[in-house]
Design a protein around this ligand. Structure first.
Ligand code: BGC
Length: 250
């Protein structure tokens, strides 16, 4: 079965068709920058353009960069506050004329690694951490998603949220070396380790590709592994969310 997966981030909105048996992309990835307003109507319009690009009709899975409860957006994160309490599933379904399942983007990326990647068959508590514009986290217990873990929201020193200290966008903005930034990431992972005590942490997002450059600064007790699916995990996991719609709702 081929399903359109759309991964929405603070900087870009990306889609591709995904083969749900293999977890592979069957088309090139198509990306449009997230509209500067980051408002619901503008983003729904881009969503529609992505669906039209693929001339697609059928179920669509979408990863979204906020808390998503029963399809409804429950936090602002890096978007516009107009998103609060918007039913993203209804909005995108109406805009595209297709049934859309929306889940948190880090939950989606976690889905991909747990179904098709290095998390496959892992038991116990596995935490997927995505590092990009913000920091997302997806929690899986014995392979089952526990939705909307928000570990990037932990306050840290003068920062309201630790993602304002550790996200990849901060590394770029402050032009941090991998040594300095890797130590910041380690501080965050230490907190994760203390608070939820997982069996395994999987690192995703663009920075997982450069893991060898900061691996030596990551020295927490729990095993940390980079997600091999890289940047495509968000799209693949979004598509896979349509398979397991009910279990993603809390
Ligand atoms: C949001 C999360 C999201 C993450 C990655 C954070 O700012 O709170 O819900 O998963 O960014 O996009």
């Amino acid at each position: 079965m081929e399903v359109l997966g759309i991964d929405i981030g603070g900087s870009g909105m990306k889609g591709a068709l995904v083969n749900l048996e293999t977890g592979e992309l069957t088309t090139e990835r198509y990306r449009i920058s997230t509209p500067a307003s980051r408002k619901p109507e503008d983003m729904a319009n881009v969503f529609k353009q992505i669906v039209e690009h693929f001339n697609y009709s059928g179920p669509i899975g979408c990863g979204f960069p906020t808390i998503i409860k029963h399809g409804v957006c429950k936090s602002v994160s890096n978007l516009n506050k107009a998103w609060i309490n918007v039913n993203a599933e209804q909005l995108f379904s109406k805009a595209s004329g297709n049934p859309v399942t929306v889940i948190n983007d880090a939950d989606a990326a976690g889905y991909a690694v747990m179904h098709y990647g290095i998390g496959k068959d892992e038991q116990g508590l596995v935490i997927m951490i995505t590092v990009g514009t913000g920091i997302g986290s997806g929690a899986f217990f014995n392979g089952k998603l526990i939705p909307n873990f928000e570990l990037g929201q932990i306050p840290y020193k003068k920062y309201k949220k630790i993602e304002h200290y550790t996200a990849d966008s901060i590394r770029k903005k402050e032009d941090l070396s991998f040594k300095v930034w890797g130590k910041r990431l380690n501080t965050f992972l230490e907190l994760v380790d203390t608070i939820v005590c997982p069996d395994l942490i999987i690192l995703g997002g663009g920075v997982s590709k450069y893991y060898d450059q900061y691996e030596k600064h990551i020295n927490i007790e729990t095993s940390v592994k980079p997600a091999k699916l890289g940047n495509h995990a968000g799209i693949i996991g979004a598509a896979a969310a349509v398979l397991d719609k009910n279990s993603t709702k809390n």
